[in-house]
Ligand binder design. Structure first.
Ligand SMILES: [Fe+2]
Ligand SMILES: [Fe+2]
Length: 166
């Protein structure tokens, strides 16, 4: 039988997945002309976030910001160095269009890891990281510090399409 810690990890993963899926379903319901169905999906998505956060608290997975940055950097590094390369390979062998999705994510995760490393350096020195604004590419998930002036280095999306994060 699974331990409570294992159950919390599984429940956290499931609730997190449901949150993103319901937001995608909400968008589709809006596009299809069902705004109240969209609202229901968004409400359920918010509720799943409440559950996910409660499970995460039980797991005591949120630590100091320095520890959190280190955990985030390690997670991103695992994704780009170990998780995505074989996924790209299999998708290419299957001629699946997911190869591009995986390649975009792989390249973006590598940049996320280096931004986390930069932030960690600042926090360890007792200061906040200097960004000049944080922007996300809506196509590949590339994150950059400072307002982009050139197309995305990963997917060539135009600089003005990047979304500024508050
Ligand atoms: Fe990432
Ligand atoms: Fe991009």
């Amino acid at each position: 039988m699974a331990t409570t810690e294992e159950n919390l990890n599984e429940a956290f993963a499931g609730e997190s997945r449901a949150n993103r899926k319901y937001l995608a379903f909400a968008k589709k319901a809006d596009d299809d002309g069902f705004p109240e169905v969209a609202r229901l999906f968004r409400a359920a998505a918010e509720a799943e976030t409440v559950h996910a956060m409660a499970h995460l608290r039980q797991l005591k997975a949120v630590k100091s910001t320095a520890e959190n940055l280190e955990a985030a950097r390690a997670g991103e590094t695992y994704e780009y160095a170990e998780m995505y390369p074989p996924m790209v390979e299999v998708a290419e062998a299957e001629n699946s269009p997911a190869a591009l999705t995986f390649r975009y994510a792989l390249a973006a995760e590598e940049r996320h890891a280096s931004l986390y490393a930069k932030a960690l350096e600042a926090v360890k020195a007792g200061r906040d990281v200097e960004t000049g604004g944080v922007y996300v590419c809506p196509v590949c998930g590339n994150v950059v510090f400072g307002k982009p002036t050139a197309p995305c280095e990963i997917c060539s999306t135009a600089a003005d399409k990047f979304v500024e994060i508050q």
